[in-house]
Design a protein around this ligand. Structure first.
Ligand SMILES: [Ca+2]
Length: 449
């Protein structure tokens, strides 16, 4: 029950029933921050694990399904039978039980309407040059849409970047073009747990500047480099640093599951980072920023040799403060805090700063989710975070995003992703399965109630 309604009910003891009812109706209809001024409208279904939604043009949406297919939805949400792009023949064989590999990212070129180019991130079989005991190779490739914008020509694939992955999990994969025209890529830490295994440095891939794993990358795909199919932006933070990978834009990242630019405001980059077991976090990504992993989890010290130690009082030390950036949003993970009312879920799903027109009370606020409160039951939750009045590096406040379609906050689904269309309106992407089986995936639009 929303707090204003509770207060209204208490007042029923002193005023007439009719007046109280009128008051309740008035309070309920107020478009307060997280009260249900919005609802979820089902747009399309029949997907396995929909991870990305973006506009193809003014009428049509693209939906990325993790199994390796991009679908087209017409203006009414009908899914065209013929895929926009089917990459399944090029993707590593996926586990049906649970898998973090597949088609994980899509970004349309900022001048897509003119050059018809788009960029996909997918998990391919391990390339020959990689140690045979590693798992697979991530590929970031350019494709070109047919002149009629009907579908992608698979033979147009142009490889930009390959990144070998030691384990199947923590692949990140979300991509976005920045206001600078460069392509930003979220890269997971290589997987396993605690950022350990396969001879990683003691402080993990996240802190190792000689690997692209555990980073946010930034590349210029409009120009070839001297030794690469892309150029390195001249002001990338590690350019010229011996041994460091010049593609790196920010580091200390574990598994960026959701990454987006604010299309308004200061056009900042937001990336969710799935925690190990104690804390989930959202970071505002800044150039050269070190976001802590695997030395920190959220705003707390992390010891990969003692990963489950909960040291809630561990503040950031002054020495850390110079090295590490805190997330702007953090919440406790139910796995490590099972009875704690402040624990909100077990795996963060990043979203978008809302800049659409339909829901003005959400303008400038970050909409995101937790995948589910427990593994075995689909029980995801939606949240909205608000920036501090003073701005700067301070923490954002976080609350449940109520939706009239689910008044008890329970979506009854795993929230696997978010989408944004050309108008800045947002989509919530859900599934009923932990694994890549069945077609229970749904695209919901966040609309006024
Ligand atoms: Ca962090």
């Amino acid at each position: 029950m929303p707090a204003p309604l509770s207060r209204a009910l208490i007042s029923c003891r002193t005023i007439s029933r009719a007046a109280a009812l009128a008051l309740i109706l008035q309070l309920v209809s107020l478009p307060t921050a997280a009260a249900a001024g919005q609802t979820l409208r089902r747009i399309a279904d029949g997907f396995v694990n929909p991870l990305v939604v973006t506009s193809l043009d003014a009428q049509r949406l693209l939906v990325v399904d993790q199994i390796g297919v991009i679908h087209v939805l017409d203006g009414k949400g009908s899914r065209r039978t013929e895929p926009f792009l089917d990459l399944r023949p090029r993707i590593q064989k996926l586990n049906q039980g649970f898998d973090e590999r597949g088609l994980l990212g899509l970004a349309l070129h900022p001048r897509f309407a003119e050059n018809r180019k788009l960029y996909a991130y997918y998990s391919a079989p391990l390339r020959a040059s990689c140690p045979t005991n590693w798992d697979h190779t991530s590929r970031i490739c350019e494709f070109t849409v047919t002149p009629d914008f009907h579908q992608v020509d698979p033979s147009s694939e142009r490889l930009l970047l390959e990144i070998d992955q030691p384990y199947f999990n923590h692949n990140g994969g979300r991509m976005a073009f920045g206001p600078d025209g460069f392509l930003y890529v979220g890269m997971g830490d290589g997987g396993n747990a605690h950022d350990e295994g396969h001879d990683r440095a003691p402080t993990g891939n996240g802190q190792d500047l000689t690997t692209l794993l555990g980073k946010i990358l930034r590349i210029d795909i409009d120009r070839p480099g001297s030794s690469r199919p892309y150029a390195i932006p001249a002001d990338n933070p590690l350019v010229g640093k011996p041994g460091a990978k010049p593609e790196i834009y920010a580091w200390g990242i574990r598994n960026p599951w959701g990454m987006s630019f604010d299309r308004g405001g200061r056009h900042e980059l937001f990336a969710a980072d799935v925690g190990q077991a104690r804390y989930e976090e959202i970071n505002r990504i800044t150039k050269g920023g070190n976001f802590g992993w695997n030395q920190r989890e959220g705003r707390h010290a992390f010891d990969p040799k003692n990963p489950n130690k909960i040291d809630a009082a561990a503040p950031m030390q002054p020495a850390d403060r110079a090295a590490f950036l805190d997330p702007i949003i953090e919440y406790k993970n139910l796995n490590a805090h099972p009875q704690d009312p402040e624990a909100r879920g077990i795996s963060v799903t990043g979203g978008y700063v809302y800049r659409g027109r339909a829901l003005p009370h959400l303008d400038g606020r970050y909409i995101f989710a937790d995948w589910s409160r427990q593994w075995a039951v689909p029980d995801g939750r939606l949240f909205v975070a608000s920036p501090p009045n003073q701005g700067g590096a301070s923490a954002w406040s976080m609350e449940t995003l109520e939706v009239a379609s689910n008044p008890d906050h329970k979506l009854g689904a795993y929230v696997v992703g978010f989408g944004e269309d050309a108008e800045g309106e947002l989509y919530v992407l859900t599934t009923q399965r932990t694994g890549l089986v069945d077609r229970t995936g749904v695209v919901w639009k966040l609309v006024p109630n």
